[in-house]
Write a protein that binds this ligand. Structure first.
Ligand SMILES: Cc1ncc(COP(=O)(O)O)c(C=O)c1O
Length: 463
């Protein structure tokens, strides 16, 4: 057949279509079996699973779900719902879902301008992920000692600020809250960014304002171990569009977040090579529900802690952890400092005998990444490559930077980390449970210490 005749047969020219119907039809890529696998992971009994399967199989799933946040045909994906819930609860303009708290911190530090030749002031008590994320962003962590709150001591920040400092990274430790008004004042005076690490205190507040909304960026972990927790997840909050865009660029460098994915940069600093910290739809489906439960969860914890604290008697030989805002505590642990580790150990043993879950680190020298001197990848300045980047970065040296880490850099942290007695609290304790626990603590303290109304009170005295 001549070329001309062949062309006439093309569908393009009105000829019959080669493919009129696709016969091969299978099941959706993701269907009932995957759904049942999730149900199994939830721990339903075999009988319940059988009922769920029977019911699910009755329904036509069509093409099945599309479990990505982008290019979904849903009105709102679970990731979007999670981000919307975060904006609503925290009353911020922007929220970015991330696959972990560490990813959230890394993205926030890069967004805040942390890079080669810069320093970030991190607390000596918190978790290794904060300073690790600074190093990941190619910055240098500088550890700041704590005060009796167990959190970054605002009075010790000033002497650590250099021309290389770009950010402060306060960590709200174990349900507690940092003195954010004081930290923000220092940051604004020195034109520094503040990246709050709220992984351990989601829902905590200072003077009625939620932590994570004081700083330029607030970072959260939504891992299984946290107050709001799914499996592995995170969150970044900000009120700045620029910081939101730069955070997105780290979290999702494929550009799917951009109005026009492949477009040229709209301004210097918008586009750079980030990575992929996208949150999955399955995780977001759990996290959005968890996040919505957060205010009620925190209220229960806070009430339990306040109830117990109100019933405790002051004693001469112990100092309660100083609380920046007792009403703003998430309150899943209650802490105090006995005069000596030996006294603390006796108190802990007696509390446990009363069925009160207490602990003390004491003289143990087992490394613990919640204390800066044990954060070896930072303190030993080890790198993934032999060049020692970023600790050996020439740009850092050019700017006069030279960091050395010593075990005794933060003596208050070392002392209080070893000496504090902690009592774990449940949000589900009833008023009676709280009374019994307070009674037990008072009983033990009265046996080993000297009750004295003039000793440091458990709660700040009313003005
Ligand atoms: C204070 C703090 N920051 C960051 C993280 C890291 O979070 P993720 O495990 O979600 O990466 C944690 C986790 O334990 C943490 O406690």
């Amino acid at each position: 057949m001549s070329k001309q005749r062949l062309e006439q047969h093309l569908a393009l020219n009105g000829g019959m279509r080669a493919v009129t119907r696709i016969e091969g039809k299978g099941k959706p890529k993701i269907g009932v079996d995957e759904f049942m696998s999730i149900a199994e992971r939830f721990g339903f009994s075999a009988a319940a699973l059988a009922k769920i399967r029977a019911s699910a199989e009755e329904d036509g799933l069509g093409d099945g779900p599309f479990l990505a946040n982008y290019y979904s045909n849903l009105k709102e994906t679970k990731v979007q719902a999670y981000e919307r819930a975060a904006r609503g609860i925290f009353k911020v303009d922007y929220a970015v879902a991330t696959s972990s708290g560490t990813g959230a911190l890394h993205a926030a530090f890069v967004a805040a301008g942390v890079g080669p030749g810069t320093e970030v002031i991190c607390p000596s008590i918190g978790f290794f992920a904060t300073s690790a994320a600074v190093v990941q962003a190619k910055g240098i962590p500088v550890f700041c000692d704590v005060d009796a709150t167990l959190m970054m001591d605002p009075a010790k920040i000033g002497p650590l600020i250099t021309k290389r400092t770009v950010a402060l990274a306060p960590t709200h430790f174990m349900g507690g809250v940092c003195d954010m008004p004081a930290i923000m004042k220092i940051a604004r005076t020195h034109k520094l960014k503040v990246v709050e690490d709220c992984a351990q205190s989601c829902g905590g507040s200072v003077n009625g304002r939620l932590v994570g909304t004081f700083g330029d960026l607030g970072c959260f972990s939504i891992s299984a171990y946290k107050i709001v927790g799914g499996g592995e997840g995170g969150l970044v909050l900000t009120n700045s569009k620029r910081l939101w865009e730069r955070t997105n660029q780290v979290v999702e460098c494929g550009g799917l977040w951009r109005p026009t994915r492949f477009a040229l940069p709209r301004y210097a600093g918008e586009l750079f090579c980030g990575t992929n910290y996208r949150l999955s739809e399955l995780e977001a489906a759990v996290d959005v529900v968890q996040l919505r439960k957060m205010p009620a969860t925190v209220k229960r914890f806070s009430q339990v802690k306040l109830r117990i604290l109100r019933d405790l008697q002051p004693c001469r030989e112990i100092v309660p952890q100083r609380l920046v805002d007792p009403a703003g505590e998430v309150g899943y642990s209650l802490r105090f400092y006995p005069e000596t580790i030996e006294l603390g150990s006796r108190i802990v043993e007696a509390l446990r005998a009363e069925n009160i879950p207490a602990g003390i680190r004491g003289h143990s020298d087992v490394p613990d990444w919640h204390l800066s001197r044990f954060m070896f990848p930072v303190t030993l300045k080890t790198s993934a490559t032999a060049d020692g980047c970023p600790f050996s970065c020439p740009l850092y040296a050019e700017r006069g930077g030279r960091v050395e880490y010593h075990d005794d850099d933060c003596p208050v942290a070392n002392d209080l980390f070893a000496r504090n007695v902690s009592i774990g609290l449940s949000q589900w304790y009833s008023a009676k449970d709280c009374r019994n626990i307070a009674r037990g603590i008072n009983k033990v303290l009265a046996s080993y210490c000297t009750p004295d109304p003039a000793a440091t009170p458990w709660l700040p005295l009313a003005e």
